[in-house]
Design a protein. Structure first.
Length: 361
């Protein structure tokens, strides 16, 4: 139980840091970036946190084994939700969102949790054959393909790459041969190389982002983010005193670490990063002790998702990776992200409090 308390405490600290950073934005300055909706920025984030906390509580109460029985339903429901935006008016030129009264939902965020559940069920049912090419690698990859394809078509290349890496990490950690994973990564690089040189598959803005990165140039938002980090120095300017952050596009979502760096300094960035890795290390250590293969696979997959998003977010903000739209778990502004991450965490907590006596299945 103490480990569960530690997990909830770390997540609470991360959420609190996100709230502080969002609250620190001057409303007047924010209106220059976000329009009139800036006045409701903090309120909107708190509402979504409450929704996420409610769903997390429900997930903590409901026996995790019910998700095994409903995995197929979740799979097709998630695919259906991913299809819906293609029949709705595009938002910012993309088909990523389902607009509801007072709220827009991004189905690809839920797809991350559903894919972890689906793969965990598959791994638990085929654990003895995970070293074979077809059963242990190709078949689960094909199972994931509809998710990846629909998200690429939205287009949302960054989320599809995160999901593909997540799938490969889950398969490798549960027995798939490293050679298969390595060849898939090589194939992925080959596809991107051909796309860069021939202009197919990628949208114009995606090609521009990749070419700009490869040429060593930084887009405006990255340059401003790096400037914010530099001006924050070692200890930062203090809460609410950052100014460069106001010039960083998407600063409360994809680039919230830029605001953290300017106001909390390098020490703050290191502390946030250490909290994430402490959270992940606790979950992975506990997952190793579980006797239920589904439970182990799910917690491992959820941990990998956090690791991937943190590393990608750090890489983008510091200019080490091309610009992507990957949020920082539990900190970034973004209803779909915070709600689904809290929902996914609720399943982790339920597993840790109910699976100790289970036999490996």
């Amino acid at each position: 139980m103490s480990n569960v308390v530690s997990i909830l405490l770390i997540v609470s600290i991360l959420i609190s840091v996100g709230l502080i950073l969002i609250a620190s934005f001057d409303v007047t300055a924010q209106m220059n970036l976000f329009g009139n909706t800036a006045r409701d920025l903090l309120y909107s984030h708190v509402v979504k946190l409450i929704i996420g906390a409610f769903l997390m509580t429900v997930a903590m109460i409901v026996d995790y084994k019910i998700h095994i029985k409903l995995a197929q339903f979740y799979y097709f429901l998630s695919l259906g939700l991913l299809l819906i935006p293609f029949f709705l008016p595009k938002i910012n030129g993309t088909s990523r969102w389902i607009s509801l009264p007072g709220f827009s939902f991004q189905p690809s965020e839920l797809a991350k949790i559903v894919l972890i559940i689906s793969l965990s069920v598959y791994i638990s049912q085929n654990k003895e054959q995970m070293k074979t090419f077809y059963t242990g690698f190709l078949k689960p990859l094909l199972l994931s393909l509809p998710f990846l394809a629909l998200i690429v078509l939205e287009p949302d290349l960054s989320t599809s790459v995160v999901l593909l890496l997540l799938v490969l990490m889950m398969l490798y950690s549960h027995g798939a041969r490293g050679a298969y994973i390595f060849m898939t990564v090589l194939l992925l690089f080959a596809i991107f190389y051909l796309a860069l040189n021939n202009g197919f598959f990628l949208k114009d803005y995606q090609l521009w982002r990749l070419r700009t990165f490869l040429e060593g140039d930084h887009p405006e938002q990255v340059s401003k983010a790096i400037q914010a980090l530099r001006e924050g120095g070692l200890v930062g300017k203090g809460v609410g005193l950052g100014e460069v952050k106001l010039a960083v596009p998407a600063v409360v979502s994809d680039f919230i670490l830029a605001a953290a760096g300017e106001e909390f300094g390098m020490i703050g960035i290191i502390a946030i990063t250490l909290l994430f890795f402490l959270l992940v290390s606790i979950m992975l250590r506990l997952a190793e002790k579980l006797q239920d293969t589904f439970a182990t696979a799910y917690i491992t997959g959820f941990s990998f998702l956090i690791i991937l998003q943190v590393l990608i977010n750090l890489g983008v903000v510091t200019g080490a990776l091309p610009v992507t739209g990957v949020t920082l778990p539990f900190l970034s502004y973004g209803g779909s992200s915070i709600i689904t991450m809290l929902l996914g965490l609720g399943v982790v907590i339920n597993i840790l409090t109910h699976s100790n006596g289970s036999e490996r299945s």
